[in-house]
Structures are given as C-alpha cells and as structure tokens.
Design a protein around this ligand. Structure first.
Ligand SMILES: [Zn+2]
Length: 247
C-alpha cells in the first residue's frame, strides 16, 4: 500500500502559540515603513494583501504613501466543484470583500485587476511578469507573496514580481501566508536571516482584524462538513502584533 502524504497546506499546521513563544520572531530587524513615497502590493487572491501586509498598508496609507494593489486573480477557485456561474458569483463576492477590507484599513488604494485564472497563475507567469514590470515602474517599493510559500499561485506571483522588480529596478519585499501554517519555528526552509518585521500598534491591529472579518466567504464553513478556507487557527497567524516580510 502506498501512503500519499497530504500537501503541507492540507495537513494540520503549526499553532500560533508556537510562533508567539519563539523569541527570534521578536528579535528580527524592524522595517521602517515611514517615508515610502509609493507602494505596489501584488496579491495572488483577494485576501492575501490583507492577511500578509494589511497592517503595513494601513500604516503606509496613514503616512501618505501612494498605494496600488495588483489583484492577479479574483479568487474564483477557493470553493472547488462550483460551476461557471457560481464561480463568477464567488469571484464578485471576493472582489467586493477586498474593497470593504481596504476601507477598514483606511487605505485609499488604486486597484488593478488582472483576472488571471485562480490556481492557474503559474501557466501565465511570463505574461504576469511583463504586466507587473509596467505596473511597478516608477514606484518606490513592491510587496508580493513569498515565492517559497508552497502555494502554486503565491509562488508564481512571487517569482513574477521578482522578475518585474528586477527589470524595473524597484525594491521588492515578500510576504509569507501559508508558511505560518506549514513551517515551524527554526524551520530551515524559511530564510529567517532575510526576515524583517513591522510592529503593529493596537489601533492598526484593530483595523486589520476588522478588515480580515470582511472576508466572510473564506471565514464561513463551505456547506456540509467542509471547514472554512480560513479556519480560526489559520486566521490567528494574521492577528499577531507584527507582520514579517522577507527582504
Ligand atoms: Zn492566496
């Protein structure tokens, strides 16, 4: 008999308490986000930007940074098994959830939607890199999903952003999402020596929590016995008092 290991994202994950009790996370260098003239955030799916860097976005907006969000997909594949019309409805719902979440963050953001296929970003990676090179040109920073996140869309978006930023000479920082689930403290698969942190004030955390609460399609059970896409133990990783990025 062959036992097939579940994908790390589908396997039970690391408890947030384990991350919070790991001293090294609190010893990472602090990233100063004040004084950034402009910032592009690349999201593979609606909610990546808020989970990964919602606090940073809120702080940058308060500091007057010009913000652009590049939404690579509309997230129509988060509930597998839907037919075309239902998937279109889900996409519209997720797009609206993002708009509501950005409002909670107090972040006036220009949103550019690329409408690439959810779960199919890797097939369009070269085209994505070309589009991103134009969309990041002239901005001072870019934030994108980490290309080691073990989610195919996140990794493809991360690689495309890296190529685009190199071509357009824009500084790139990467944000992990599923890493907090499948990795563990001291995990050698994560380049901790390149990690930096952004401490969040109580007010910024409150805004981020309200923004995350907008993603009801991901937070609610999916019918039958299927758990939410984002169960409470996963959401807990994004409610901590800092955000971690990889430089
Ligand atoms: Zn995602």
């Amino acid at each position: 008999m062959t036992l097939i290991e579940p994908h790390p994202i589908d396997a039970p994950g690391t408890a947030e308490a384990d991350w919070r009790s790991w001293p090294r996370l609190n010893e990472l260098p602090v990233l100063d986000v004040a004084g950034w003239p402009s910032l592009v955030v690349v999201a593979a799916h609606p909610d990546d930007e808020v989970l990964g860097v919602g606090g940073l976005l809120s702080m940058a907006a308060a500091a007057g940074t010009r913000l652009r969000l590049v939404a690579v997909t509309d997230g129509e594949a988060s509930h597998p098994g839907m037919d075309g019309a239902a998937a279109d409805q889900l996409a519209a719902c997720r797009v609206a959830e993002t708009v509501g979440a950005l409002r909670e963050l107090g972040a006036p953001v220009e949103i550019v939607r690329l409408r690439m296929p959810d779960t199919g970003v890797a097939r369009r990676e070269t085209e994505l890199a070309d589009q991103l090179a134009e969309l990041v040109a002239g901005f001072s920073r870019c934030l994108a999903p980490w290309d080691g996140d073990l989610h195919a869309d996140h990794e493809a978006a991360g690689r495309a952003a890296a190529a685009a930023c190199a071509a357009s000479r824009v500084d790139l920082l990467s944000y992990p999402i599923w890493t907090w689930h499948w990795a563990h403290p001291r995990d050698s698969r994560v380049p901790w020596d390149r990690a930096v942190r952004v401490p969040l004030s109580a007010e910024v955390r409150r805004r981020k929590r309200a923004a995350i609460d907008c993603f009801t399609s991901q937070l609610r059970a999916r019918g039958g016995a299927r758990p939410p896409v984002l169960p409470p133990e996963v959401v807990a990783h994004f409610l901590r008092d800092q955000e971690v990025l990889i430089s």
